[in-house]
Design a protein around this ligand. Sequence first.
Ligand code: NAD
Ligand code: TDX
Length: 341
Amino acid sequence: MKIMVTGGAGFIGSNFIRHMLTSYPEHSILNLDNLTYAGNLENLKGIESLSHYTFIKGDIADARLLESIEFDAIINFAAESHVDRSILNAYPFLQTNVIGTQCLLEAAKKRKCRILHVSTDEVYGSIEEGLFIETSTVLPNSPYAASKASADLLARAYHETYGLDVSVTRCSNNYGPYQFPEKLIPLVILNAIEGKQIPVYGDGKNVRDWIHVSDHCKAIDLIFHKGKAGTVYNVGARNEVQNIDIIKKILMIMDEKKRHEKRSFTDLIAYVQDRPGHDRRYAIDPTKVETELGWRPEIDFDKGISSTVEWYMENREWWKSILSGEYMDYYKQQYDGRFRE
Ligand code: NAD
Ligand code: TDX
């Protein structure tokens, strides 16, 4: 089977491609990614030369390009993914997350093939108490969340109208290696290493439900192979943490690793203006994927966060080239125009 993974040069997509190439050497993986600021081929270092892996630089919203590519199934990770950026400019979010997803649904419809669309718990909005289930009302609060919710609704419509074999996954906040340093966890680690302030939005008591990226990847693998068409699966590790607690935990781990220095990293914490429309709490119920498909998260949060801190400490070259912007120049020039016309 030739599986087209979109957005495979990003954080979760690259972790997923590694997982698939190891778990299914019989499948070939095609990575379609247009290398936005968040796409980094360094995330895939070491696998470019594998015979069952191919990279295509291209846009998921390019319907003509999609027609020219051969594949048997699609797993869609490609997206604009950062809430703060969507608040500054929603347009690229609608273009990629809505129009792009619609182009992929259309391409899957033409080929009558399976498509798994990777979505987020943010589509449900904020919940003060209890947990969101798959049939909870979709009430997105940021332009990012609204664009993801729109794509989810299109996926549903393509199933109802055309009988498309599509499943949607809604996962909670991921952490782990190769996450772009605009997101909370890598930002805290890198700012601490560089002695920069750590901005805490509002009172720092917003709650997110955290899952290690490798647990998310395994859930997607399972849902792709065994999930029911036309349905949604929540994916989460029942691991709710307040932002300020996660920040303090990371800084404590870093303090422990640097005992010789007098200054504590916790001095770097700075409360700043809140994010507009900042969702107070995300919490999802993953019972469906657990009982229907037997998925369980495997990575304990304390161990996962500690190994993640270590990964960023040991992979300085990876993030230094992101912070300096070098990663874009080198890789983007290499691929520009090569597959487009
Ligand atoms: P990311 O920003 O790290 O990566 C996104 C990738 O998509 C990049 O490689 C980028 O180049 C590519 N891309 C963007 N626009 C494209 C386009 N038009 N055509 C082709 N490629 C394009 O994102 P991520 O954190 O890895 O998230 C992946 C998916 O998972 C997204 O759909 C996101 O909504 C969803 N998700 C993320 C999280 C999380 O915590 N990060 C949680 C739940 C769901
Ligand atoms: O500097 C910061 N300070 C801060 O307090 C940043 C970047 C974030 N925060 C807060 C905002 C959130 O409450 O930390 C929390 C996590 O923020 P992000 O890492 O930006 O993630 P979030 O907004 O929760 O969205 C993430 O999880 C769901 C991903 O970016 C989405 O793609 C995914 O759908």
